[in-house]
Design a protein around this ligand. Structure first.
Ligand code: ADP
Length: 322
């Protein structure tokens, strides 16, 4: 449904990711530049249903570009998934005179946005997830920041591993995707990486570590949370390799921190495209970046396809660990 866009709503939904604040700031400031009004709903779809919002001005988004998390907060809302919840959301958007909604989040949030478009609401998505598992975009906001946090932690672990000649198994996030693990391994100089997309033979890996250890002061194994539990991997390695194995589950520390330059720049580019897309009559699509070009892709396509991992990066990480 195409209508003149004068006032837009923005919300952050699902898992938090650094760069969400930079995206809100850019949506607000670029919209104001385009003579649009912007309101921000608190706590994602939860705030949309309870109509909990604030009017966003240029000043209200000052000083947030370098802050992790999201100042509009985020939440998961089961109510929103119901027919009644969706209808309430649509009713509130109409009552607030919102002509289009910008949803900053992951694929779950885009399913919600797609459902809203089915009721005639204009909506566009900006990908933000540290997992970087969304089809239709090479990068999502938060991924690069998280990666940088992880490699700085790997460096610290390497210091102690090397001093004591230890094997370390390091568990990273990523839900069902190995994206974060593969790049953490490659950029962090790890020896092995276990990901959900490629079946893991722990005996083979343990034997390889056994042979590998000759002349090495440390061995670093990265495990994606979707592949296995670091404690199980460590136990298996310990059975076959008579050497001390330590575990480090990095946990929520991977989600925080000031967004990287890449995430801030990407946030600005995504926001500009989102607003221009809506002003041009576009709806029901996700903004993305593919081969360095800012793109749009219908939600239906984004949600029906699976993002493939880069197998070359996976193999290269092992080749370079020689
Ligand atoms: P993410 O956006 O990070 O993938 P979630 O999967 O938790 O996070 O989704 C965030 C919110 O989006 C959910 O709490 C829910 O309100 C909405 N949502 C998720 N999946 C669906 C779905 N299949 N249909 C409608 N709304 C959904």
């Amino acid at each position: 449904m195409s209508k003149e866009i004068k006032r837009i709503g923005v919300l952050t939904s699902g898992g938090d990711a650094s760069g969400m604040n930079a995206a809100i700031r850019a949506i607000v400031r670029y919209s104001l530049y385009k003579k649009l009004e912007v309101i921000g709903f608190y706590e994602g779809y939860k705030g949309l249903i309870s109509n909990d919002y604030t009017v966003l001005t240029g000043n209200s988004v000052g000083g947030i570009i370098d802050r992790g998390g999201t100042f509009l907060f985020t939440a998961r809302s089961e109510d929103f998934k119901t027919k009644e919840g969706l209808a309430t959301a649509k009713k509130n958007l109409e009552a607030d005179n919102i002509d289009a909604l910008v949803v900053i989040g992951g694929d779950g949030s885009f399913r919600g946005a797609r459902d809203l478009t089915c009721l005639g609401v204009n909506a566009v998505g900006i990908p933000a997830t540290i997992d970087n598992d969304i089809y239709g975009t090479d990068y999502s906001l938060g991924f690069d920041t998280s990666l940088n946090v992880i490699i700085s932690l790997i460096s610290k672990i390497r210091d102690t591993a090397s001093s004591h000649e230890r094997i370390f198994v390091i568990e990273v996030m990523g839900r069902n995707s190995g994206e974060l693990a593969i790049r953490s391994s490659l950029a962090g100089g790890a020896d092995y990486v276990l990901i959900p997309e490629i079946k893991v033979d722990l005996v083979k890996i343990s034997n390889a570590i056994k042979n590998h250890r000759e002349g090495k002061r440390h061995t670093l194994v990265i495990v994606a949370e979707g592949a296995a539990k670091a404690t199980d991997v460590a136990a298996s390695i310990k059975l076959l390799v008579e050497h001390e194995v330590r575990v480090s589950v990095l946990g929520h520390i991977q989600r925080g921190g000031s967004p990287s330059a890449m995430d801030r720049v990407l946030a600005a580019q995504f926001a500009q495209k989102a607003v221009d897309f809506l002003l041009g009559g576009g709806t029901n699509a996700m903004i993305g970046i593919q081969n360095n070009i800012i793109t749009t892709m219908p939600f239906e396509e984004v949600l029906s396809k699976k993002k493939e991992i880069d197998r070359n990066l996976f193999e290269l990480s092992h080749i370079l660990a020689l």
